[in-house]
Write a protein that binds this ligand. Structure first.
Ligand code: HPA
Length: 262
């Protein structure tokens, strides 16, 4: 059973480096999900292309619940998720990685929970540490060992998309404490926690955000930047995969079933 998954965002569609590749469709209560399974250094790894193999699904139409539930059904306990982001913070530059530790949610109308009607009652999960701190530590260590420019921690602002932001919105996000902006991190991270799967984001800065960049933004620019980073992203992910202890236990994995807080 694979215990580690990589969710590939914009520009990360190809799980190269995996051996014994097999394509599989996983059926869930929320829909079917296509994944690629393979082996890296003896570890089974699942790869899921968030926007579909052809990048045809825009951020607001991604079936986040089906994706996370499919990984849960496969036995996944740790997710490394890549994300292209714009930067609002002059210290976080295009070409750098940021292992985010907080988010601010500006999405609209995306279903953020698996728990809609439970006889046992409602579920309110704790998100004091929304991203798994243990996986984040591994990513930081992996980036350092590979000499990749990376920042440990940052606040990710999730917008609804698919449009880019206005400069006025970016100014507001900055005033609210945001460092980075993207369109897909929420509710993915929330659903992973509800599914009791450790989740860490590998944010790859592709551009300064609208109004900070001295030019207009384009999806093409984001894709090209991500493709340019492809090799570094793959090296980083695979180093991290090789260091994840598949049998480790973590508080993320008891987010719903763990001790009830009174
Ligand atoms: N805004 C939102 N999403 C993004 C950006 C951006 O500037 N760059 C890459 N993904």
């Amino acid at each position: 059973m694979p215990s580690i998954a990589v969710i590939g965002g914009t520009g990360v569609y190809d799980p190269r480096l995996l051996e014994d590749i097999a394509y599989e469709t996983v059926s869930t209560a929320y829909g079917d999900v296509k994944v690629t399974r393979g082996v890296y250094r003896g570890k089974e790894v699942v790869f899921l292309a968030r926007h579909g193999a052809e990048h045809s699904v825009p951020p607001h139409l991604i079936n986040y619940r089906a994706n996370i539930m499919a990984l849960k059904k496969l036995g996944v306990r740790s997710i490394l998720a890549t994300a292209a982001v714009g930067s609002l913070n002059p210290q976080m530059k295009p070409g750098e990685f940021v292992f985010v530790d907080q988010f601010v949610d500006f999405t609209k109308g995306r279903t953020q929970t698996f728990f809609e009607s439970r006889p046992e009652g409602v579920v309110h999960i704790d998100l004091t540490e929304p991203y798994c701190p243990e996986l984040r530590k591994i990513l930081v260590r992996a980036a350092r060992s590979l000499n990749l420019p990376a920042c440990d921690g940052g606040t990710y602002v999730c917008t609804e998309g698919p449009r880019f932001e206005t400069p006025a919105e970016i100014k507001m996000f900055r005033q609210l404490g945001g460092d980075l902006v993207g369109m897909t991190g929420v509710p993915e991270v929330v659903l992973a926690r509800e599914a009791e799967i450790c989740y860490a984001a590998v944010a790859s800065v592709t551009n300064f955000a609208a109004g900070i960049a001295p030019y207009r933004l384009s999806h093409q620019e984001v894709v090209e930047m991500m493709q340019g980073q492809g090799e570094n992203i793959r090296r980083l992910l695979m180093q991290a995969v090789s260091w994840i202890d598949e049998d480790r236990e973590c508080a993320c994995q008891a987010a719903v079933s763990g001790p009830v807080q009174t």
